[in-house]
Design a protein around this ligand. Structure first.
Ligand code: ZN
Length: 126
């Protein structure tokens, strides 16, 4: 991870972006379902998520649960998780890694489906 101050080629920029993501990569993911920790997972390319620096995901080797971890601003992480959950359906177990490396399961708190009045966690964005 050198400090490349000179103008980089597109390739160098891509490498820097990858290095940034690798720096955010947690040592391991924790399955929100069975609490198994595992370290075989990938950085996911999820464009268009504002405030999200990186997304990591893998499959729990124990129960097969998909585990996805978002890195970024807390509000953005919360919104991304809600969007992700709607995409995957109710079976998805979501969580995030807190800054001290602890896994925090994400619980939407029983919000009702089909309304635009879903609670925005942690205050208003926009
Ligand atoms: Zn599991």
């Amino acid at each position: 991870m050198g400090e490349a101050k000179r103008r980089g080629t597109p390739q160098q920029r891509a490498e820097q972006a990858r290095a940034k993501i690798e720096a955010l990569r947690p040592a391991q993911l924790v399955c929100g379902h069975c609490k198994t920790t595992f370290s075989e997972f990938d950085a996911l390319d999820v464009p268009g998520l504002r405030g999200i620096d990186a997304v990591f995901g893998g499959q729990c080797p124990s129960c097969g649960n998909d585990v996805v971890v978002f890195k970024g601003e807390p509000n953005a992480v919360a919104e991304a998780m809600i969007a992700w959950e709607k995409m995957l359906g109710a079976d998805a177990q979501l969580g995030y890694q807190s800054s001290d490396g602890r896994h925090v399961p994400f619980e939407p708190g029983g919000e009702a489906e089909g309304g635009d009045s879903s609670p925005k966690p942690g205050g208003t964005v926009h």
